[in-house]
Design a protein around this ligand. Structure first.
Ligand SMILES: Cc1ncc(C[n+]2csc(CCOP(=O)(O)OP(=O)(O)O)c2C)c(N)n1
Ligand SMILES: [Mg+2]
Length: 540
């Protein structure tokens, strides 16, 4: 988003071949899309914003990238160095505002340092535990001539684990009777899908995936056994309870998913091995038996080398049987004829209509993912195929970011589940998607409420409902149509499949789509316990 302070950069882009800029309608959405780009590619997304409000408007999405370890480079305008002390227009200390939510936030105050600062920004954003970097660029240094050629930062390095640690971890895994692998965002970030799947196969270990780890193992692999905490199922909960050795790969049992309740974290009797690229991470959220610092792909390849020829016991005999039973219960929900609609019916229909390699966006809230756990019901079949929030959990992040999917993979479809509250935070993303012909579908799961918070007032605060139900709703389909998108309101079960098919067809013509599904405030198994558990923990 331009502003006077950064026009020299815009002019440079105008005059340079090979750099494409995209005009977002709000800086939050620009930063969310750049973070979504990073989730899908592993490479830093770049955001260019003007001074002051331009930079601060990105803060929420930048914090999301910081918590979610997504590489991002924010190029922000800044008042001129010459007027730095005079209260210039739009000048506030953005470097200090962003310091706690970036790996580095720097004001570059000499033009001849610009190229080094840029190289450093990319190296820092993608090195080690990835994250955002802010460069504040005073307007006067942008109009000076400098000499020299830009030398890009080298490729990301992989850090292997100490071999003694790998040996101990492998020994524990070899002798495990019920090994369990849990893969998170770190496994996704290190492109470890192939070795993690191979490791699961050689150990015959079921694999659970966190929200950001989804797709590291294909959801239809026989060892893929579901999610954790709020995304768990009866099968995944039992696997966690019964495991004797748990291998956490780039994963930390974060509170937003597990509530850190005793039943959602490793049992005390289990050996818990936590592997992470960030030395500060193992043991931070829950106690570990063994901490390993390494890139997940490097570590899993080290394990595979030691396990060559290993013959494991079979996975729990009941796993396939239990997964089939679970699937039957989901299918029963998905065939519900109730009105307002059962959310799982919508989710499963979307899985049927959209192709296997569709990129999935999952926003926050009960229906899109969390407490009601609709997220577990949309299988994902490959790595780097999701745009999801971290435990920072900002409403609207995924819905604002999802158009980036079509820039990264023009040939793949993209779909985002989002609640009505979250969608209303960011629905001014639509004109941008229409302008760039980004064929994305937003499935709004509209329960006329901030449902996940409504749940808590309902369950824990004696039904004293305040500010969590909407007594007036805008016409979301009307907003979408006026913004150049295809749109439909879906109220009846037999309208779901045709609406999804029409949205897919619109997307294939380059037209974004919004489907306003009027859903029931259905809460799935475990919902009430999770909602109530949240408050029991925080109040005690
Ligand atoms: C920016 C922001 N504000 C507030 C919250 C707290 N919060 C979490 S979920 C939620 C309600 C979401 O409502 P909706 O998107 O309609 O989803 P639903 O729970 O109804 O499915 C709120 C207010 C948040 N996570 N992020
Ligand atoms: Mg809602």
């Amino acid at each position: 988003m331009p502003g006077g302070h950064v026009l020299p950069i815009y002019d440079g882009i105008y005059l340079t071949e090979g750099i494409t800029s995209v005009l977002a309608r709000h800086e939050h959405h620009a930063a969310a899309m750049a973070a979504g780009w990073a989730q899908l590619t592993g490479e830093p997304g770049v955001v260019l914003v003007t001074a002051g409000p331009g930079v601060t408007n990105t803060l929420t999405a930048v914090a999301e990238a910081f918590v979610g370890a997504l590489p991002l480079v924010i190029l922000g305008g800044r008042g001129a160095t010459a007027t730095a002390l005079r209260g210039a227009s739009q000048e506030i200390p953005t470097d200090r505002i962003f310091a706690p939510v970036t790996k580095s936030a720097l004001r570059v105050d000499r033009a001849d340092l610009l190229m080094a600062a840029l190289r450093q920004a990319f190296a820092t954003a993608r090195g080690g535990r990835p994250g955002p970097v802010l460069l504040d660029l005073p307007r006067d240094i942008l109009i000076q001539d400098i000499d020299g050629d830009y030398r890009p930062a080298g490729p990301r390095q992989r850090v292997a684990a100490e071999s003694e640690r790998v040996g101990r971890a492998v020994a524990a895994l070899r002798s495990a009777r019920r090994p369990l692998i849990v893969a998170g965002g770190g496994a996704q970030a290190s492109d470890a899908s192939a070795p993690v799947t191979a490791l699961a196969e050689i150990l015959r270990a079921p694999v659970l995936t966190s929200l950001s780890g989804r797709g590291v193992i294909a959801d239809d692999h026989p060892l893929a056994a579901g999610g954790l905490g709020a995304h768990s199922t009866s099968v995944s909960r039992q696997l966690l309870r019964q495991a004797d050795v748990i291998l956490g790969l780039g994963f930390r049992f974060e509170e937003m998913e597990t509530n850190w309740s005793v039943n959602a974290v490793p049992p005390q009797s289990a050996t818990y091995i936590q592997v992470d690229i960030d030395p500060a991470e193992p043991g931070r959220s829950v106690p570990v038996t063994m901490a390993v610092v390494a890139d997940i792909r490097a570590f899993t390849e080290q394990c595979l080398a030691l396990l060559a020829g290993h013959r494991a016991a079979s996975p729990p005999a009941t796993l396939t049987h239990d997964l089939v039973g679970l699937e039957e219960s989901i299918a029963a929900m998905a065939s519900s004829a109730e009105v307002p609609l059962h959310p799982v019916r919508v989710i499963r229909a979307a899985r049927e209509v959209f192709p296997r390699d569709t990129i999935l966006g999952v926003d926050v809230g009960a229906l899109a993912q969390h407490i009601a756990g609709a997220f577990p019901y949309f299988p994902v079949f490959g790595p780097r195929s999701t745009i999801v929030p971290s435990s920072f959990y900002g409403m609207g992040f995924a819905a604002a970011a999802i158009p980036a999917a079509r820039f990264v993979h023009p040939e793949r479809h993209a779909l985002c589940f989002v609640g009505d509250g979250s969608f209303q935070m960011v629905m001014n993303v639509l004109p941008m998607a229409a302008q760039y012909r980004l064929g994305v579908t937003w499935c709004v799961l509209n329960d006329q409420a901030l449902g996940s918070i409504w749940d808590q007032q309902h369950l824990v605060y004696g039904d004293r409902i305040l500010d969590t139900a909407f007594s007036y709703q805008p016409d979301l389909a009307g907003v979408a149509t006026a913004s150049g998108c295809h749109a439909a309101v879906v109220e009846k079960p037999d309208g779901i499949l045709p609406a999804l098919a029409a949205a897919r067809a619109a997307n294939e013509r380059g037209v974004p789509a919004v489907l306003d599904f009027r859903v029931a405030r259905v809460r799935l198994t475990g919902t009430q316990e999770h909602a109530a558990g949240t408050y029991v923990q925080h109040d005690s």
